[in-house]
Write a protein that binds this ligand. Structure first.
Ligand code: GRF
Length: 208
């Protein structure tokens, strides 16, 4: 590996997915050069600080509108040389003004098999629906809600799950391996949109 991909991780809470990235790809295929949170004082920020990664808070309430917040966030990440933005439990929408600064280079992890159960409470929604198969999607981010092209998906059968904690416990190991894997694939240029259908992301096989 010659160059490590400079990445930013955007968070809002606990940060277990950030931790998985810090423990796997950080310093190997990628370098986490910035962690930005939409909420001050969350455990995710402490996880970054513990590893010496620069952090900042961009709270929606500190800006007159979302577009201004997006521009400030994009500017901070650009100054740090970020080439991939990873949303890991980031509970805010990002508008075109942000996405245009990082074209094709913003990814998200979502705890459902999209397009089922997009939005802020996918696990309760899936439980309410009564599904027996749950899952995780890592996808590119577009201006919609969890609507970008799928990179990786993985399902797990939990036919007897009774509550969100039980489902989350089943999904965590998937999230924590899939998100680092997506970063590795991006870093080696292995993700390619099918020219005939840009919604289909082909994965180029690795060498060796
Ligand atoms: C994860 O379940 C992720 O899929 C969703 O938000 C949660 C974040 O968890 N987008 P954590 O902060 O990484 O622990």
């Amino acid at each position: 590996m010659t160059e490590k991909l400079p990445i930013a991780v955007l968070v809002s809470g606990t940060g277990t997915n950030l931790q998985a990235l810090l423990d796997t790809v950080h310093g190997v295929e990628a370098e986490i050069v910035a962690v930005a949170s939409s909420v001050a004082g969350v455990p995710a920020l402490q996880r970054a600080e513990d590893r010496g990664v620069p952090t900042a808070v961009f709270a929606r309430s500190d800006y007159p509108d979302r577009a201004t917040r997006d521009r400030a966030l994009a500017q901070w990440l650009t100054e740090r040389g970020v080439r991939l933005v990873v949303l890991a439990g980031y509970m805010e929408l990002l508008g075109e003004s942000f996405l245009d600064r990082f074209p094709g280079a913003v990814i998200n992890v979502h705890p459902s098999l999209l397009p089922a159960f997009p939005g802020a409470k996918p696990i309760p929604d899936a439980l309410d629906y009564g599904v027996k198969v749950f899952g995780v999607t890592v996808h590119f981010v577009d201006a919609g809600v969890d609507s970008g092209a799928v990179i990786l998906q993985c399902a797990v059968e939990l036919p007897d799950a009774r509550g969100p904690d039980e489902v989350l416990a089943g999904l965590r190991p998937l999230e924590h391996s899939m998100l680092p894997e997506a970063v590795r694939l991006f870093a080696r240029g292995a993700l390619m949109a099918d020219p005939d259908n840009p919604r289909r992301i082909a994965i180029r096989a690795g060498e060796g």
